[in-house]
Ligand binder design. Structure first.
Ligand code: SF4
Length: 339
């Protein structure tokens, strides 16, 4: 047997080793599909508890997070606003003004819902709107104003003819007396013009503060708060006040809002009361200001059922005015004959 010199043997060994290394690099180790080395190796056994711990912690964290999220999400599905009692004035003012801002976004087109072309028509229409809807008044007044366009004409009318014309508004005999007395007072005391001052307006027969404020705010541009049934109900639901007295409510609201907001605030609140926040069954589940409302849940909270309660343009129905302003997104009311 031929002996290999020691030096050569070393070189040969090195070459073989190098060749093996190259082969090893070229062929990456195959992963076993059956073996579970990590479970068997001591190292893996050592690591497993930590991993399990971590996993448990993560799981716990996720569960806790989810629970918190669910807890936090609950108010959005039932968001009745809690108000700490007694509420500070600052908090009340902030809440009230925020509701006004959000209502302005919901009803950017809010307006008086009586059709009128001059202060006299608005005054008469407002008196006729007692105990009936603005829609019914709007369907009635075109014929009345066509027959008696001025206070002088109405004051000189035959009462029975007026009664017949305004019959659809209800209480037509009493209302005939009111509007004819009003027309006579305008003719005799104000030269046939509607006065633009609260003090004069409230002295006219059948004209209270509410009617006077409607006329001032909408025919003269003089800011006024109109506390009607909707206004009173909503401000009580929002806990701005618990008063039932329209004059007290008016004074309180005048204190909370700047004068420049008064007229539009009144329209927005009345719009909301007529469309969404109804007296008997408010549509809480479809109310865009539910998150600000301490009375959420007083009405229907199921979104689908609530949607069906919406009225006028919010419910895809005609509005109250036969001649709505151009920015009104709904449709005009039908005239009486077609109703
Ligand atoms: S509809 Fe319901 S949630 Fe909306 S303002 Fe009225 S009571 Fe509040």
């Amino acid at each position: 047997m031929e002996r290999v010199p020691a030096k050569k043997a070393t070189t040969a060994t090195k070459r073989v080793a190098a060749a093996k290394r190259t082969a090893k690099k070229a062929t990456p180790p195959q992963k076993s599909t059956t073996a579970k080395p990590t479970e068997k190796t001591p190292t893996a056994t050592k690591k497993t508890p930590t991993a399990t711990k971590k996993a448990t912690v993560t799981k716990k964290a996720t569960v806790t997070k989810k629970a918190t999220a669910t807890k936090k999400a609950a108010p959005s599905s039932k968001p009745a606003l809690k108000i700490s009692q007694p509420e500070s004035r600052l908090s009340l003012v902030r809440r009230a003004r925020r509701i006004n801002r959000e209502l302005a976004e919901v009803y950017p087109y809010a307006h008086p819902e009586l059709d009128f072309e001059n202060p006299f028509q608005l005054l008469v229409a407002t008196v006729l709107s007692a105990q009936t809807t603005d829609l019914r008044v709007n369907q009635t007044t075109p014929r009345l104003f066509a027959a008696y366009p001025t206070p002088e004409d109405l004051a000189a009318a035959n009462p029975e003819d007026v009664e017949e014309l305004i019959r659809p508004t209800g209480f037509f005999r009493a209302k005939t007396k009111s509007i004819m007395g009003l027309a006579a007072a305008l003719r005799d005391r104000h030269g046939g013009e509607v006065p633009g001052r609260l003090a004069d307006l409230v002295k006219l027969p059948g004209v209270g503060r509410k009617t006077a404020n409607v006329v001032l705010g909408n025919a003269f541009g003089v800011p006024g708060i109109t506390v009607d049934t909707h206004f009173g109900r909503l401000v009580r639901r929002w806990k701005w006040t618990d008063s039932e007295d329209p004059e007290k409510i008016e004074a309180l609201i005048c204190d909370i809002f700047p004068k420049s907001d008064w007229t539009m605030l009144s329209h927005r609140i009345i719009f909301h009361g007529r469309r969404i926040c109804h007296a008997r069954k408010p549509a809480c589940g479809a109310c865009p200001i539910a998150h600000l409302c301490p009375a959420y849940g007083e009405g229907e909270t199921d979104p689908e059922k609530a949607q069906k309660l919406l009225k006028y343009e919010k419910g895809g129905l005609p509005g109250q005015r036969l001649k709505p302003p151009p920015d009104y997104p709904g449709t005009a009311a039908p005239p009486l004959a077609a109703g």
